[in-house]
Write a protein that binds this ligand. Structure first.
Ligand SMILES: NC(=O)c1ccc[n+]([C@@H]2O[C@H](COP(=O)([O-])OP(=O)(O)OC[C@H]3O[C@@H](n4cnc5c(N)ncnc54)[C@H](O)[C@@H]3O)[C@@H](O)[C@H]2O)c1
Length: 369
């Protein structure tokens, strides 16, 4: 699997580091390497010069897409560019790992999904937290039926960095480039990937949205206006086994003390499971007979085995490598029963929820999906 990256910023370089240690995957059926990169910034193209497998570095994405050294393209650019670049990738006959939120809004996401369906290319959307050992264990736990009747579900992704008023604004703080959905586009896919995959798709939503600071330094000595939603709490109903169950989805950039905390919790009449990446090595399981939560250490229990010792803890780069392994395995027809990357349809469904949340907040009403 020869990969080209369009957008060599934060996530583009993270992906590059994953391909750089692809050999850590044990007995993996697909070899992957990074062959080409496109970014508008010279300093980033320079950075990629140190990656020995990269044969093409360009500022023109059309040049990357014309390369016969590229099978799969990873596009990690601002949200206003998703639709154009994703559709260009498909038109060039390449497979795609798209970044979330898969288009700047619902209309764009649907057009991308339609372009995917009209092609025969393999397309998935990025979301790596379900590949954490604790998330994998939580999915298995839910699928085993151990919850009994599901009583409530919480899923969230919390950041605190916007509390720093000195932090310069970037494209993620402007609706024009991040999208009117703001933080939901930024963090939301991470909160719905597991619930959606478990079949828990909200039927109605009451959303509470909050803006961040209206002005920030622009990084060049001036001030930038910021207009995106920074915090979003979505209180939803989901039907599970003919019961209406509350599911709360939280996406926040203003969450004191939370650097990059992703959590998933499901509670039922017979059991419960709770995982937060803040305690990366620990999952909590509710045991009814003890009427208490048992702490279980996880170690490096990965869906795709790696050479890393089983007692070591997992971090973000490990989850990202696992997500790419899931992409490569599914593309090669080798995923089997393992958890796969988010699909274009799931990405569109996430946008349906964000659009309903915007309406709910504007009208202060519950919106049906
Ligand atoms: N999956 C995750 O955990 C995760 C985390 C952060 C960001 N993201 C997503 O990744 C995407 C990129 O975010 P980021 O944080 O890496 O942003 P970033 O600003 O760090 O990087 C974006 C890069 O795209 C480049 N770029 C812009 N226009 C381009 C063009 N026409 N051709 C080529 N390159 C171009 C920019 O120069 C920049 O280097 C977004 O969709 C974001 O939501 C995902």
């Amino acid at each position: 699997m020869r990969v080209g990256i369009i957008g060599g910023g934060l996530m583009g370089r993270e992906a590059a580091s994953g391909f750089g240690r692809w050999f850590a995957l044990q007995d993996f059926p697909v070899h992957a390497e990074l062959t080409a990169v496109c970014d508008l910034r010279e300093d980033l193209l320079e950075w990629f010069a140190q990656v020995p497998t990269v044969q093409l570095r360009t500022k023109d994405h059309a040049e990357l897409l014309a390369s016969d050294q590229v099978d799969v393209v990873y596009v990690a650019v601002p949200h206003n560019l998703h639709e154009k670049l994703y559709c260009d990738v498909l038109a060039a006959g390449k497979d795609l790992l798209a970044e979330k939120p898969f288009g700047i809004d619902l209309a764009a996401a649907r057009r991308i999904r339609d372009a995917v369906n009209a092609s025969d290319h393999f397309v998935r959307c990025s979301s790596e937290f379900p590949f954490a050992p604790g998330a994998q264990r939580a999915i298995d736990y839910v699928q085993s039926g151990a919850l009994g009747r599901v009583l409530e579900i919480h899923s969230g992704f919390l950041h605190s960095s916007d509390l720093d008023t000195a932090k310069p604004a970037n494209w993620k703080r402007h609706s024009k480039t991040c999208g009117e959905i703001g933080v939901m586009g930024d963090l939301g896919m991470h909160t719905v990937h597991i619930p959606f995959r478990l079949g828990w798709k909200p039927q109605r939503v009451f959303a509470q949205l909050q803006k961040g600071f209206a002005q920030r330094p622009d990084g060049q000595g001036g001030t930038a206006e910021c207009d995106t939603w920074d915090n979003a709490t979505l209180n939803c109903d989901v039907e599970i086994d003919s019961q209406t169950v509350p599911i709360r989805l939280q996406q926040k950039r203003l969450a004191p003390g939370q650097t990059n905390s992703w959590h998933f919790e499901a509670i039922g009449t017979e059991g419960g499971v709770r995982y937060n990446t803040r305690d990366a090595n620990t999952i909590f399981i509710y045991e009814k007979e003890k009427d208490g939560w048992t702490r279980v250490d996880l170690g490096h229990a990965m869906a795709f085995p790696v050479i890393t010792g089983g007692i070591f803890e997992a971090g973000f780069p490990d989850l990202n490598l696992q997500m790419w392994a899931a992409y490569a395995a599914e593309r090669a027809g080798k995923l089997a029963t393992r958890f796969g990357c988010a699909t274009p349809e799931e990405a569109v469904q996430s946008h349906e929820l964000w659009q309903a949340a915007l309406k709910s907040h504007a009208e202060k009403s519950v919106v049906e999906l």
